[in-house]
Design a protein around this ligand. Structure first.
Ligand SMILES: [Zn+2]
Length: 347
């Protein structure tokens, strides 16, 4: 059998059946060091789809860096079909300073497609976009909540794409949210170039948590299996269909003070149910925050000190409320008890 042609990334060659690390120069840092976009290409021995998996576009949303580490450990490019480009840290500037932004104070996820002659954020967006994103048919981009916030693992997709929705459900996260795309976001620009994107939101800024990591690892492997890139026989089916929604709402603090949450991410809640109690520092003048719809909590503030107007709970409306709680439990149990996730086992 003829050997599969090498994959070319930014003028460098990644041979078939191997993992190859490639650094793309971005710019000189102010103190003289080189900033490089580091990618590792798993170029399978057999033909198949080309996809990318990226993390830390927001430099403090580091959960995807750990998810990518664990996924890479499980893959053997000699047995794989197709190609995966892994980018564990896209915004290396924010990553080293534990910040969402770049030194030019721009948000990388509002800077796509970027330009060679633009700001630092614009240059980085341009390199990532032209050298990696546009070479792929599908991308999985991993984010977390900001610091002092937690997101229930959830997949966000553009609405109206049946193929993408199927992959989103197969990912197996507790919730799938179809929502409009933000201007200048990676997903919006990628869509205009025909690149499908799954966005995983999971966990808290600057933290790792096992439910988020395992959801991410299992989900990426399941999507790869669905695309015919790996067989992954030991990887189970999704334990229950995710909650699906097109409508989410933030509940905000009605006063400043000390906030006691009565529900957290993953909880099923009924319209009118008490979700948080906010009082002053003596415990007086309590105000009650109630659920605005039947749904599940998909995000919450982990910092109990709030100013008036702070977002404290993110609720996703679900159309069919019956059994939501049992389904969420089934997904959590399966994720945490998944015996296939011995770290070093190849699949
Ligand atoms: Zn983000």
């Amino acid at each position: 059998m003829a050997r599969r042609t090498a994959f070319n990334l930014a003028g460098k060659s990644a041979p078939a059946g191997q993992a190859t690390q490639i650094a793309l120069p971005v710019s000189d840092l102010s103190a003289g060091m080189q900033a490089q976009l580091e990618a590792r290409v798993y170029h399978g021995a057999k033909d198949g789809p080309v996809i990318f998996v990226s993390a830390a576009i927001h430099g403090d949303e580091i959960i995807g860096t750990e998810i990518i580490r664990r996924v890479m450990k499980k893959l053997n490019p000699r047995r794989m079909a197709g190609t995966v480009i892994f980018v564990p840290v896209v915004n290396m500037y924010g990553f080293i300073s534990h910040s969402r932004y770049l030194p030019d104070r721009r948000d990388l996820n509002r800077s796509f497609p970027g330009s060679e002659r633009g700001s630092l954020a614009s240059q980085l967006a341009n390199i990532f976009y032209t050298e990696i994103v546009t070479k792929c048919e599908l991308g999985i981009d991993i984010h977390s909540a900001a610091i002092h916030r937690y997101n229930l693992p959830q997949i966000r997709i553009a609405s109206g794409n049946a193929k993408l929705k199927k992959l989103a459900i197969e990912f197996g996260a507790p919730a799938v949210i179809e929502a409009p795309l933000r201007d200048g976001s990676l997903r919006e620009i990628a869509k205009s170039d025909g690149v499908d994107m799954l966005l995983l939101e999971a966990g808290e800024g600057l933290r790792f948590d096992e439910l988020s990591v395992l959801t991410g690892v299992n989900g990426i492997l399941r999507v790869m299996r669905q695309l015919g890139m790996i067989t992954a026989k030991r990887l189970g089916k999704i334990p229950a269909p995710p909650a699906q929604t097109t409508k989410t709402a933030w509940l905000r603090a009605s006063r400043g003070g000390v906030c006691r949450l009565q529900a957290v991410s993953g909880d099923a809640v009924k319209n009118g149910q008490t979700l948080a109690i906010i009082s002053d520092i003596f415990g007086d003048d309590e105000e009650i925050i109630t659920a605005s719809a039947d749904g599940i909590i998909i995000g919450h503030a982990t910092l109990p000190i709030v100013n008036q107007g702070d977002a404290i709970l993110h609720i996703a409306e679900v159309r069919i409320f019956a059994n939501v709680e049992e389904r969420m439990d089934a997904i959590n149990d399966a994720m945490m008890g998944n015996e296939m996730l011995d770290e070093d086992e190849l699949i």
